[in-house]
Design a protein around this ligand. Structure first.
Ligand code: BTN
Length: 325
């Protein structure tokens, strides 16, 4: 995508008609160059109408992230979080992993208006659309070793869920290990990638994707039950507001995690646990799937399930889905 495409989309962000001539003039480009730059817009998962005599109009207005407002929200936050916002990137997590290897400081955050190769857990693709998702990553350095980061992804899920609830999103819950759900539909996904010495220090790149307003095109490509912020917040918060609150919530939670580990977040996590006491299907990475009942979450973040033969199994990693029958 060219920089001009994003400049033109900023001119069109209010969702009203703007003539090609006006936009081209304001950006100091020819109409032909503008029209070429706007041809790629459908690749961003959004719809642009072009009406002869009226100009261009976006199907939905787009709220671009407001870096100054987020910096203001994060001004007093300790430990410090420094955010950069880019228009386009392959994946904020891929980029932050590279920056981590180059020594970037703890608290470095990177948000992208558009990711063209967003990554999810277990090698999946994370699908988003311009203005309809929040996609960002946060680099955090820990004193504790990589071997003592068990439960980190749950603590992150709880911090994200709490921030969403504070912004007015209703019925927010967590799904083990680290999804944020509403009514058992996925609202946000979290990808935690860790490295470092087993006895410390260690580093985590925490990638967060929040479904904000998923258009039809994005929904067609997603193969699981999802929900977006606009569907579960009576007064819909802005993406800018959400990003500021989530980063502030994460900073507090991650500092606490470094000092005390998952036990410091465990009660809050349990209070938001959507699957407590539920019958689920367990999908371990390398074994056959089986049915079980969710009992609790352990101090190290493992999910405790009771199997049909009466055993309690502590799952360190797996996927689960609700059993409806
Ligand atoms: C999942 O539920 O599978 C985790 C999804 C994580 C997606 C986010 S979007 C920002 C960051 N960059 C990525 O490439 N992935 C994470």
């Amino acid at each position: 995508m060219s920089a001009l495409t994003f400049q033109a989309l900023r001119s069109l962000a209010d969702g009203r008609f703007h003539s090609g001539e006006d936009i081209a003039r304001s950006l100091n480009r020819s109409r032909a160059t503008l029209s070429e730059a706007l041809k790629r817009v459908p690749d961003l998962g959004i719809e642009l109408f072009s009406v002869p005599g009226k100009g261009y109009r976006l199907a939905e207005p787009i709220e671009f992230l407001d870096a100054a407002a987020i910096a203001k929200r994060l001004a007093g936050v300790e430990p410090r979080v420094g955010l950069e916002i880019v228009d386009e990137i392959d994946s904020t997590s891929t980029r932050l992993n590279a920056l981590a290897a180059q020594g970037a400081p703890s608290g470095t955050a990177l948000a992208a208006e558009w990711q063209d190769s967003g990554r999810g857990r277990r090698g999946r693709t994370w699908i988003s659309c311009l203005g309809g998702s929040l996609t960002f990553s946060l680099l955090w350095r820990f004193e504790r070793g990589a071997g003592h980061l068990a439960g980190l992804s749950l603590a992150v899920g709880e911090a994200v869920a709490r921030a969403l609830a504070q912004c007015g999103v209703e019925r927010v819950q967590v799904k083990w290990p680290n999804d944020v759900v509403v009514d058992f539909r996925k609202l946000a996904g979290i990808l935690v990638e860790t490295s470092g010495e087993s006895q410390g220090p260690s580093v985590a790149v925490i990638g967060v994707g929040v479904n904000y307003r998923l258009g039809e095109k994005a929904l067609e490509r997603i193969d699981q039950a999802v929900i977006d912020v606009t569907q579960c917040a009576p007064a819909v918060p802005t993406r800018t507001q959400l990003l500021g609150e989530i980063l502030a919530s994460l900073a507090a939670t991650l500092a606490r995690f470094d000092a005390h580990g998952f036990p410091a977040s465990r009660d809050a996590w349990r209070a938001m646990h959507a699957y407590q006491g539920r019958r689920v299907r367990v999908f371990p990475a390398r074994e056959a799937a089986y049915d079980a009942e969710v009992v609790d979450v352990a101090e190290d973040g493992a999910l405790m399930v009771a199997t049909s033969d009466g055993r309690t199994v502590n799952l360190a990693s797996a996927d689960i889905s609700l059993r409806t029958r």
